[in-house]
Design a protein around this ligand. Structure first.
Ligand SMILES: NC(=O)c1ccc[n+]([C@@H]2O[C@H](COP(=O)([O-])OP(=O)(O)OC[C@H]3O[C@@H](n4cnc5c(N)ncnc54)[C@H](OP(=O)(O)O)[C@@H]3O)[C@@H](O)[C@H]2O)c1
Length: 340
C-alpha cells in the first residue's frame, strides 16, 4: 500500500478524489488528510482514513513532516513561505509531490493575443516579497507563482497542475447554478452580447482522473495547464443546458454597451460572461503525457445538472448565486429584455 497524504481533502478536489478512491475500494493507497478541520469536518468520519488536524502555516505541520510519504497531493497552499519550510522539512521523505496551482499565474497584461491559446511557457506574474508574505486572499496569483518557483527549486521533481475555474460536484462557487435555474424556470433568458464569450474550464472528475494517473506516471513534465474541454461559447453552453433540461428557451441577446450602461457586472451579475476578457489555454503537454480521456462537455454538464438537482434544498454551503446574493434579479433581466 502506498502512503498518500492529501493536504486539504475536504472541499472539492481532495473530497472528490477521496470519494472516488473509496468508491473503487482501492487497496492501493492508505489515505491521510491534513487540514484544520474547519471545512466539512463531518466528511469521511466512518471511513478508513487518517485525519490529521492542523494549520499548515504553523508548527502544526510538524505532525506530518516526521513520516515518509509515497505521494503528497497539495490542494491547500495559499502561502508560499510556509510551503518553502515544509519542502525543506520533507526532503528525502516524499516520493511524488503533486501541486494544485492555477491558471491565474499568467501575466495576462503581456502581449495578449486572444486568438492564441496560452502554453505553459507564457510569461508569469512577477511577485515581490511584500506581496507573497501578506496574509489573506490578496495576491493569490502571485503567491501561487512563488509557490511554483519554490517547488521547482526544491529538487523534489514535482508535478504542477494549473486548473481553470473548476466545475462539477462540490463546486462551492457553482456558477452553473445561475444558468441551470434560469433556463429551468423561464421561457426567455437574457444572453449577454450574443453569448460570444468563450468558456474554458476544468471539469472536476476529469481532473481527478488525471491526478490518479499522476500518482504513478513515470515520465512527466513539471507543469501542465489542465483545461478539460475545448473553448465553448456562452451561446452553445446555454443551448446545451436547454437541451439537457428539454427546454425550448428563447435567448435574447443584449449588447454589452447596454449592459455596461445599466451597471450589469460580468461574472457577479451574469456568471461565465467575461465581457470579452476570456483567454484560452493550450493542453498539448497534458494530452501528450497523460492517457486520460476527458468527458464531452455535454456529459460533464449533464452530471453537473444532476448534482445540482441532488443538492437542491440543502441549507448549508450555498454559493453566492444560490443564496441570491449575486446574480441579476429577474425584474432587472425582464426590464433589460424589454419584457416588463
Ligand atoms: N475552485 C477553483 O475554481 C480553482 C481553480 C484553480 C485552482 N484552484 C486551486 O484548488 C485548490 C483548492 O482545491 P479544493 O478546495 O477543491 O481542495 P480540497 O483538498 O478539497 O480542500 C482544500 C482544503 O484545504 C484546507 N485548508 C485551507 N487552508 C488550510 C491551512 N492553512 N491549513 C490546513 N488546511 C487548510 C481546507 O480545510 P480546512 O478549512 O478544514 O482547513 C480545505 O477544505 C487550491 O489550491 C486552489 O488554488 C481552485
Amino acid at each position: 500500500m502506498k502512503n498518500l497524504l492529501i493536504l486539504g481533502g475536504s472541499q472539492q478536489i481532495g473530497r472528490r478524489l477521496i470519494e472516488k478512491l473509496l468508491q473503487h475500494k482501492s487497496q492501493e493507497y492508505s489515505i491521510t488528510v491534513f487540514n484544520r478541520g474547519l471545512t466539512n469536518p463531518h466528511l469521511f468520519i466512518n471511513d478508513d482514513i487518517e485525519k490529521v488536524v492542523g494549520d499548515r502555516n504553523t508548527s502544526d505541520i510538524e505532525k506530518i513532516t516526521n513520516r515518509d510519504w509515497d505521494i503528497i497531493l497539495d490542494c491547500s497552499c495559499y502561502r508560499p513561505i510556509p510551503l518553502k519550510r515544509f519542502l525543506e522539512a520533507i526532503k528525502g521523505r516524499v516520493g511524488r509531490y503533486i501541486f494544485i496551482s492555477t491558471i491565474s499565474v499568467y501575466d495576462y497584461a503581456q502581449g495578449v493575443d486572444k486568438s492564441k491559446a496560452k502554453t505553459e511557457d507564457f510569461p508569469l506574474l512577477k511577485f515581490s516579497e511584500e506581496q507573497i508574505t501578506q496574509e489573506g486572499l490578496k495576491f493569490y496569483a502571485q503567491k501561487k507563482v512563488a509557490a511554483e518557483q519554490f517547488l521547482l527549486e526544491s529538487g523534489l521533481n514535482p508535478i504542477i497542475f494549473r486548473p481553470h475555474f473548476l466545475y462539477g460536484m462540490y463546486d462551492w462557487q457553482n456558477l452553473d447554478y445561475y444558468w441551470i435555474e434560469r433556463i429551468k424556470k423561464y421561457d426567455t433568458v437574457l444572453l449577454p452580447d450574443g453569448g460570444k464569450d468563450a468558456i474554458h474550464r476544468t471539469y472536476i472528475d476529469d481532473l481527478i482522473n488525471v491526478l490518479q494517473e499522476a500518482f504513478t506516471i513515470e515520465k512527466h513534465n513539471s507543469i501542465y495547464n489542465i483545461i478539460t474541454h475545448s473553448p465553448i461559447s456562452l451561446k452553445n453552453y446555454t443551448a446545451e443546458i436547454a437541451e439537457i433540461l428539454q427546454r425550448k428557451t428563447k435567448f435574447i441577446s443584449i449588447e454589452k454597451d447596454i449592459l455596461h450602461k445599466e451597471k450589469v457586472r460580468p461574472v457577479i451579475d451574469i456568471p461565465l460572461w467575461s465581457n470579452g476578457s476570456h483567454f484560452t489555454f493550450d493542453d498539448t503537454k497534458l494530452k501528450t503525457d497523460f492517457n486520460t480521456n476527458f468527458k464531452s462537455h455535454f456529459s460533464s454538464l449533464e452530471e453537473t445538472i444532476a448534482w445540482n438537482k441532488k443538492i437542491a434544498g440543502q441549507k448549508e454551503g450555498k454559493s453566492k448565486w444560490e443564496a441570491g446574493k449575486f446574480g441579476l434579479s429577474r425584474e432587472k433581466e425582464l426590464k433589460l429584455m424589454g419584457l416588463s
